[in-house]
Each structure stands twice: as structure tokens, then as C-alpha cells.
Design a binder for this molecule. Sequence first.
Ligand code: 26V
Length: 764
Amino acid sequence: MSLLAERVQNNYGKSLEEMTDLELYQALLEYIKEKANDYPLNNSKKKLYYVSAEFLIGKLLSNNLLNLGLYDEVESELQSIGRSVAEVEAAENEPSLGNGGLGRLAACFLDSIATLGINGDGVGINYHFGLFKQLLVYREQHTVPDAWLGENSWLKKSEKRFEIPFNNFTINSVLYDLDIFGYNNTKRNRLRLFDIESLNSDLIEYGTINFDKTNIMENLTLFLYPDDSDHNGQLLRIFQQYFMVSNAAQLIIDEAIERGSNIHDLADFAVIQINDTHPALIIPELIRLLTQQHHIGMDEAVEIVKNTIAFTNHTILSEALEKWPMGDLERVNPDIAHIIRDLDGRVKQAHPNQPGAFVIDNNGRAHMANMSIHYGFSVNGVAQLHTDILKDSELSEFEALYPGRINNKTNGITFRRWIMNANKALSSLFDEKLGEEWRVNHDLTELEKYADDKDFQEALATIKAHDKRKLKDHLLHRQATVINENSIIDVQIKRIHEYKRQQMLALYIVHKYFDIKKGNKPKTPITILFGGKAAPAYIIAQDIIHFIMVMSEIIARDPEVSPYLQVVMVENYNVTAAEYLIPAADVSEQISLASKEASGTGNMKFMLNGALTIATLDGANVEIADLVGEDNIYLFGKKADEIVQLYETNGYNAYEYYDDPALRSLVDFIISDEAKALGNHERLYRLHNDIVHKDYFMALIDLKEFIETKERMYADYEDQDLWMNKVVKNIAKAGYFSSDRTITDYNRDIWHLEADYEVNIEKK
Ligand code: 26V
């Protein structure tokens, strides 16, 4: 009897056919958890700790099966009873332990670190409720708590416990581990998520805003990003961060000692990559532990920590650069506040005339980024343009102080999840043309020779059509929306934020609506899909969702337009939704205001799956454009240096653009009778007013060029030979964006760990 049937018979006393999808899921979960014992932990002397407030891991069943080499066997067994892994995986809850790109990047990195045989764990918090679940009701976003934990999670409770010292009390932590298997690797790593046993989940009854924010003993690990609209909420976030890093620091020191460190040589045993500034308090916490528990002098402790910490910056938006009031830090842990004062004193003594580089500013706020740059050995940006902006403007003072410390590590994506799993048909086509080496080295360049090969183009088109039907089914089940599987699928999926300019695409939709009403009917119908969550405190972002949904309905109700244009807001956008949307897409929207998107990673996923990109020269779009050449990407808009200058000189005036009648009619449609008949007037007027009088992220500056470029792109779609030629050239260049490459770069330049990937490549 086969792998699954036998177990199911023994453990459940049933045949496979008699099992529900949920039971089959449970059986596979148990099987993989047991199987993990056959995979020893990586154990090289030096170990990487990737500390992050977010890990947006997505569902794990199919990914684990793939990485363990079990997928095909299980799939064929399930097929024999008329089921599939995909159906069974529908029973898995997707953990939403992240907000967006930063959390998803951490998840891709864990996959690559394990695949490359690097000894490295993720460390974070086991939030009981991840980022809220988004409901779309009456064209508005509503947020409800997202409970994801249950007996069917991948977590394993460990024996590890630490005491976490807060100001007037101590909390005992408990560690849960989740196994991370590399692709075709024989060892495993772990994601280590800390929790508390004193948590009171009943607090959720008071909602995500009105729960008792002061009861740290009971609320600490309840939510990812708890509401911080009041002071107690802000304090709670610092309590969470300190909890995360105190656990991480204690774990790192314990494990280093187990591997033979005498603590003075900690940097030979551990390297700590901090994912943005959320884990920055690990710097003073390590110093506290080294000085108080290991009796190392302050100067030496500072040196040890400096040699252990590397910091990744993921944004230049000031709202995300954390600055904690010293008074708040005192209330969380006075020793930590004291150490930060000491660290600040050292900076002020060395560089008294550089207030921009101080750890504590004139208002008594501690700058987490500044602290991380002084007291770490590496600072990296996440795409070349982003790193250049850090060096030349945002962090130029630090570049002068520490030449060479700021370095670039262009982001990447794991090919296991984003092509081998999400697009099996396309992966098989690559196998057919390239052999299976691409699955290991991710080199797709040889495909370029098929750019004009009719059979290859046809094979690609057939796969795209199949992926569109899959998306159609998914949306039907997900939210009872029917899309046209024969339309151009045009997708913008990412957090809703003004800098990402979903509002600009919404204004394009107004243009297209007018144009179709005038009689200019697109040859191929167009479906524009948005997905993304708006932070609950970010009102304009919610207004943008509202306006998109109003447009969606105006169009759907208009029989002159609806056969040619459809607009869909995908509810509760998450990793699972992305796995359907990306393979089906023809058009990838990467339209941020230049200089604002640090990298983007969705852009890479779309390119790999055969979509063409419409983009500003921002983040990693610049590198995509360099690789494929200007003829194979649809670029528009102002360049980063022009935008940086406009901000410096206050040179942008939205009203000047609004004064142009062509643009004015589009913007004014937001408050037209048609829109107001369906929409919430307060939301529509607020959005309109914001765009006309403020438009901080300059949606209007590029709107005209955006419209022209979109029209040119849709026209090109009608020439399928030309379009497919570009698609092939894009896919052929996507190998660079494998996160295996990114991790290899981190390891070569920053971590310096042993890796067994050469062996690994040979093995395959
Ligand atoms: C900031 C905040 C501030 C308020 C509370 C919630 C919250 C959550 C996260 C952040 C930082 C967000 C930074 C971020 O996600 N950056 C993204 O990182 C991606 C991976 O490097 C990159 O591709 C995206 O361009 C960048 O926006």
C-alpha cells in the first residue's frame, strides 16, 4: 500500500476515499511533522539569526511536500481518488503574520537559507491574531480579527523558556518551533516564534482596539501591530519588540555557548540580521546580557555586539522609521533605556557636530535606525536604486562616517513557491526546454532563443489561459465574483498606500470608462484586479479602496462598458490569493512614485510568471529594466532624482496638474453624481480634496504619461507575436531575482557561513 493510504488506515481506520479534505490535511501534517525527525538540524559553528517582527509564510503543505520531494507521490495518490494536494490544502489556515513585502521577503529568505544548507533560523513572535482579516462590505473595508492558530498548525511546542524582565514584573516566555525544509536538502532549519503562557485570548472579545492595552501579562502576543492610536498602544508595541529581542538574545547566547563560544568570541558563532528596525532593541539587550550576566566590560560588550549585528533597511518613508520616546523605553525596561543613553553618549562624544547621526534627538526620542547603523557592521538596502538613495541622501552622513558599511542586496523571491508550486505547468515547460537544472540554478537565460518560436509561444499562451481559468474558479469560490477568462488580466496587488498609487490606476479606470462610453471599445476585454489591505488608521487608503469599488460597480452596471472593462477588488488579499493572481496576469502594475518603493518583490514574481510590467523607474524595476531592455518593459513617469528634488524644493503643486481640463475631468469624477449615487460622500470628497490640494505622493504628476503608456501596452497585446516575444525575454531574465542569489550575496558579503549548496547542486 502506498504512503498515505497505509497511515490513514492505521491512524484513522478509514480508507483514503472516506477521509474529508480536513482529515487528509491533518494526516499529511502529522506525517511531515514526524518525517522532520529524519532531517537533522543544520549545525555549523557559526549560525545566522534572522530576527523579524513579520514572517508572511503562506500555507505550508504543498511547499513542504515539494521541498521534501514528496509532492508528486502524494499528488498521484490523491489523484487516484479524484482529489488533489491543492484541494486538501484548502483546509489549511493561512497564517497572516505579516503586513507586506518585508514579511514575505523573510519567508522567501528562510526557504533559500534552508535550501542552500546555511545554518540559519528565523526568530519572531507567535501572534495569536495576525494582521486583520479584510472584509469588503458595501464598498468599504471592514476589519475583523484573524484567528489562525489551532490544532492544525505547523508549530511544535518546545521546552525552551526564558524570563523576560520588564520594569516592575517578569514574564515567562515559551518557544514554538516550525520546521523549515530546504528544497532537496537533507537538513532543516527552524522558525522560532516566542509566545507567553499567561495570554488571555478572551481579551479579543473587546475588539482589536478596545481590549485592555495595559495588561501586558495577558495581551502581549495577542496581535501583530496592535492598534497604536493611543499611548498605551504605542507602549504595547515597544513591550512586544522588547519581548521579541530579549528572547532572541537569550536564545542566541545559549545556543552559542552550546556550540562552544566563550561569549567573548560571540561574533564567530552568531550573526544577527535585523529586518528593518523592529528588532533594533536587540542591540542594548545583548549588551545588557553580556555586561550583567556574563560580566563583560561595557567597551568590550559594545565591540562584540557591533561585530554581530547587521541591519537591513526596507523603506525611506519617515513614518516607518521608528523613534521611541526615552520615557517609554524607561517604562518598558530602565536598563535598556540606560544602555541606549550610554550608546548615544558615545556617538555624541565622537561626532558632537552631527546631530543627524545622534541616537537620541533633541526631543528625547531614540532613533532605532541610527542606533542600528552605529552599532552594527553592515547596513543594506534592498535594491540598487534604494541603496544609492540611502548613500547619497537619506544616510549620506553615515556613508561619510563609515565608508563601505552601506551595501546593496537586491531582493529576491523563492522559485519553489512562486513558480514550481504556483505554476506547475510553466515549470514543466521549462523542464522540457532546459532540463531540470533550472530548478536548482534558476538560470532561465537559454529560453531567450525561443522568443520567436511559434510552438513555444503557443505553449505559453495555453498555460496562461489555464492559469486564468484557475483564477476565475478561485475568485468564484473566494468571493462569488465572475471574471472573463478571455480578458487581459491586469493586476495591482500590494498594501494600499498613496505612494504605491492605486489611486492613479483608479483614475486611469475613469479615463477608460469615458473612452469606452465614447465608443472606443477595446479589442480584447480588460479585467483590472486590485488586492491589498489598508492600515486601519490610514483613512485615505480606505477612501481609495472605496473609490475603486465604486468604479467597479458603476462599470458593472453599465451595459455599454461592462462587456469590455471589469474592475475587481480581491477581498483579504494574502499569499494564497497571490498564488492565483500572479500566474494568471498579463499586466503587472509597478507604478509607485519614483524613489519611494524600496524594491518591490511582486514585480519579480509577475515577470517570472510571464506578465509584462508597466513601471516607473523605482526600486527593483530599475534592475528589471536594465536586464530586459527598454523595449521589453513599459516605463513611464518622472525619475527618482527629479522627485527627490521636487520634495527638497517643495516644487510640486497638484493644482497645476488639476488645472489641465483632461486631468480635471478624471479627478472630478470622484465627486460626480454617478459616483455619489453609490458612494459615501465623506470618503469621496476627502479623496478628491486630497488629490487636488495635497497629493503628497504625486498621483497627478505621472497620470498623463501613465494613460498613454497603458494604451500603448494594451495595443501591443493585440499583436500576440510581439507580446509573447517580450514575455519570453522577461522570463529568460528572471533568474537573477531568485532569492537563492540574494542569500548567496548576503552570505558572501555579510554572514560568512558555511553552505553546502555546491554539494547540493551536484546531488541533483
Ligand atoms: C512599518 C510599519 C509602521 C507602522 C506599523 C506597521 C508597520 C509595518 C511595517 C513597516 C515597515 C514596512 C517596510 C516594508 O514593508 N518595506 C517593504 O520591504 C520590501 C522588502 O524589502 C520591499 O520590497 C518594499 O519595496 C518595501 O516597501
